[in-house]
Design a binder for this molecule. Structure first.
Ligand code: ZN
Length: 378
């Protein structure tokens, strides 16, 4: 086990005067924790521990694990204070023995993957990595004293630590209401490594913060369409492959594995990114792609989305065929698509229609598929 993330979600959010704690307030269809997890690169952490009380977990995060099966999510008990929640989670992580741990306030959903990567890298050579920003405003104290000559820092999270160091510091600590985890480590005489954080990594504490957060949700949506058709190969003894699933049915004629489902999906993704079609990138005259597994093409499209900083909002696939019965297979197809594109099952739809005995498809000699995808910038 290498990297762990602790997400502190035990707060009651009294300052917002809302019955719902801030970390569970809705931004569109997601709450703030879901928003954060949706944008978090799943490759960065081997385990994510959410410190939360049982009541909140049941009420707000019941379906979290199924929504985010790309992340390895566990829950630990939150405590009366931030420090106790943090300590509980660090103790919970003992059996996983991570090398590095990041501790993050769940009310800061805007931190970028770039900054998280930076913290993990800093931990290669430092015991801690604590982000801060310098105040840009002219500062005075309540008594009108000019503070602008003092350097005033705002400390942010996630705060990164070598796991063993921060665990030890917490176990030795006698207080229960420390400001944050870096202050606990400081007490233990460990040198703190500070670095410049991100100004937009705000903590949602007051109503104004929530308004700001909603305002910056400037999203670019794009759409793409894909269509593919292959004839049935009555002479072949191979099985039919649709959306990566091997099916007891006559196979299709094609240069690759002739997976019309995957081919339509690929073209819709490439279309949404204003790229060319699948034939351009994987020419059917190139022997390299002879009998190729179309999962390779899907993986290529996923990487293109990643390169251009887009993610899939929803994917709608329609098969046009007399047989096989797609409804019976759709769950397994969705699972394949979800795994390969690293998207949740719930945003994939698979439907089917016959061609009412009309034409090549209607006479059971071909299978077609069409796909529409919506994507959004990250
Ligand atoms: Zn095809």
């Amino acid at each position: 086990m290498k990297n762990a993330l602790i997400l502190l979600a035990g707060g009651t959010g009294k300052r917002l005067n809302s019955k719902t704690p801030k970390q569970f307030l809705k931004i569109g269809n997601s709450n703030i924790i879901e928003y954060f997890l949706y944008n978090l690169d799943p490759k960065l952490f081997d385990i994510i521990v959410i410190a939360i009380n049982e009541q909140y977990k049941k009420k707000y995060l019941n379906s979290l694990k199924s929504k985010f099966h790309n992340h390895n999510i566990k829950f630990s008990k939150s405590g009366k204070t931030r420090q106790i929640s943090s300590k509980n989670s660090l103790v919970f992580l003992k059996k996983f023995n991570p090398k590095k741990v990041l501790i993050h306030d769940s009310a800061r959903p805007l931190v970028s993957n770039k900054m998280i990567k930076k913290i993990l890298k800093l931990l290669d050579t430092n015991d801690s990595a604590i982000p801060f920003i310098e105040s840009q405003d002219y500062m005075i104290s309540k008594n009108n004293n000019d503070l602008s000559n003092d350097r005033i820092f705002n400390i942010q999270t996630p705060q990164g630590f070598k796991y063993k160091k921060i665990l030890k510091a917490h176990l030795l600590n006698k207080t229960t209401n420390a400001r944050d985890d870096s202050s606990i480590l400081e007490k233990n005489k460990t040198k703190i490594k500070m670095f410049k954080g991100e100004r937009y990594n705000i903590k949602i504490t007051k109503k104004d913060d929530l308004i700001f957060f909603r305002k910056i949700q400037c999203k670019i949506f794009r759409h793409g369409i894909g269509y593919d058709i292959h004839k049935i190969n009555f002479a072949s003894k191979k099985k039919l492959i649709l959306c990566g699933l091997k099916i007891n049915h006559k196979s299709l004629v094609g240069h690759s594995d002739a997976d019309v489902g995957y081919h339509a999906i690929c073209d819709s993704i490439l279309g949404s990114l204003s790229l060319k079609d699948i034939g351009f990138y994987f020419n059917n005259k190139n022997l390299k792609w002879k009998n190729a597994n179309s999962a390779i093409f899907m993986e290529f499209c996923r990487k293109k989305l990643q390169e251009k900083n887009f993610k899939i909002v929803n994917l709608d696939i329609n098969f046009i065929c007399e047989s096989p019965n797609i409804n019976k297979l759709s769950y397994l197809m969705k699972t394949n698509i979800s795994k390969i594109l690293k998207i949740p099952n719930k945003i994939i739809s698979i439907k089917a229609t016959t061609n009412e005995k009309v034409g090549l498809i209607g006479s059971g000699k071909a299978i077609a598929a069409e796909s529409i995808v919506q994507i959004v910038n990250e």
